[in-house]
Design a protein around this ligand. Structure first.
Ligand SMILES: Cc1cc2nc3c(=O)[nH]c(=O)nc-3n(C[C@H](O)[C@H](O)[C@H](O)COP(=O)(O)OP(=O)(O)OC[C@H]3O[C@@H](n4cnc5c(N)ncnc54)[C@H](O)[C@@H]3O)c2cc1C
Length: 319
């Protein structure tokens, strides 16, 4: 049984779902969770439900808001006083920024953005996409422990877990010397779930023609509880902000359902969404490459199909 720490990023004191996915997958091991800052009572309950025996809340001067150096110093300080075999985190924007820095400070091995893994006894073996998802590599980590692993959100799914004690402890954090200070975090105007964590995504491509037309995607998204994304062509044309871009130079997503509207399916777009569980494509061109990856394809004009889908879902869901 390996001793494992899962670092949880919190948003307004709420725990990110990817933390629960990781905990559930690691069921049966000795599991602890660390967060920098506060966690809500509901968050603590969820962590315990998914197997956390101990929950460490690291707090201290300089840790009030995220800074790569402050968080890395505090986490390094905390981890070096323990004896973990593995330290996991979600491959969120924060996780991807923070974890290589922490792993580097230990001179330890790291597996980034794994989409699945197994624990053979105490030994970790993961799978991670390479070359924009064209192939998958099996990864094992060598060298002294702890080993560091980030897991792509939504990739594992919320498995069943054995509940843990969920004992909460406050830890004095040491932010150390912070040379690069984050002055401000500009929040996106959208109150929707972040793309990387969304369970359903409706994305629009160049065929949307302008920013205003995205309202038909927003209407559908509102009815089915989705977040709206975009292709790079739509973003470069000014129809949508870069925060909405899915793909190699945008966000990597793994929702349960991805509805691509007027998106051709270029390899760079597929790189960001090919691990979606179910892909639906709406395109006027029956030969569009997206149809080779789609589970369901609708050959037709999105300006007719999307409002029809919205209408049907409204009726089905009684909205
Ligand atoms: C280094 C690099 C990085 C890149 N990174 C990304 C990335 O992160 N994300 C990304 O998306 N792209 C990325 N690209 C760009 C990528 O190669 C494509 O150019 C882009 O994905 C095309 O976007 P699109 O599918 O919206 O547009 P198009 O390829 O122009 O496709 C539009 C589609 O809409 C269909 N269509 C037209 N009218 C309608 C209608 N009324 N109803 C339904 N369908 C209709 C057409 O048949 C067509 O298939 C990158 C490229 C490079 C070189």
């Amino acid at each position: 049984m390996a001793k494992i720490l899962v670092f949880t990023e919190t948003h307004n004191e709420h725990v990110k779902t990817v933390t629960l996915e990781i905990l559930a997958k690691l069921s049966g091991h000795s599991l602890e969770v660390a967060a920098i800052g506060e966690i809500s009572a509901t968050g603590v309950q969820e962590l315990a439900k998914y197997g956390a025996a101990k929950i460490h809340k690291i707090k201290g001067a300089g840790l009030e808001k995220y800074s790569p150096e402050g968080y890395a110093n505090a986490l390094k300080d905390f981890i070096s006083k323990q004896s973990y075999d593995y330290v996991f985190a979600g491959a969120t924007s924060l996780g991807k920024d923070l974890f290589p820095r922490v792993a580097g400070s230990f001179d330890a091995g790291m597996a980034s953005e794994v989409t699945n893994f197994v624990m053979d006894g105490d030994k970790f073996a993961g799978t991670r996409p390479l070359f924009a998802g064209k192939c998958y590599a099996k990864v094992e980590i060598q060298g002294p422990k702890p080993h560091f692993i980030t897991v792509r959100p939504n990739a594992l799914g919320l498995g069943t877990a054995t509940a843990g004690a969920g004992a909460v402890a406050d830890v004095a954090g040491n932010a150390g010397a912070i040379r690069a200070i984050v002055k401000e975090v500009v929040k996106s105007a959208s109150s929707k779930v972040d793309l990387t964590e969304a369970n359903i995504i409706v994305s629009g491509g160049r065929a949307m023609k302008n920013a205003d037309n995205f309202k038909i995607l927003n209407e559908l998204a509102d009815v089915i509880g989705a977040t709206v994304g975009a292709s790079r062509a739509a973003v470069d044309s000014g129809y949508a902000p870069h925060a909405m871009q899915v793909g190699q130079t945008g966000k990597t997503v793994s929702p349960s359902l991805y509805i691509a509207c007027g998106i051709s399916g270029a390899i760079q777009h597929l790189a960001g969404m090919r691990t979606s569980k179910c892909i639906v494509a709406i395109n006027t061109d029956p030969d569009a490459p997206i149809f080779t990856k789609a589970d369901y394809g609708i050959v037709g004009d999105l300006f007719q199909i999307v409002p029809l889908l919205t209408q049907e879902f409204k009726a089905l869901l009684g909205k």
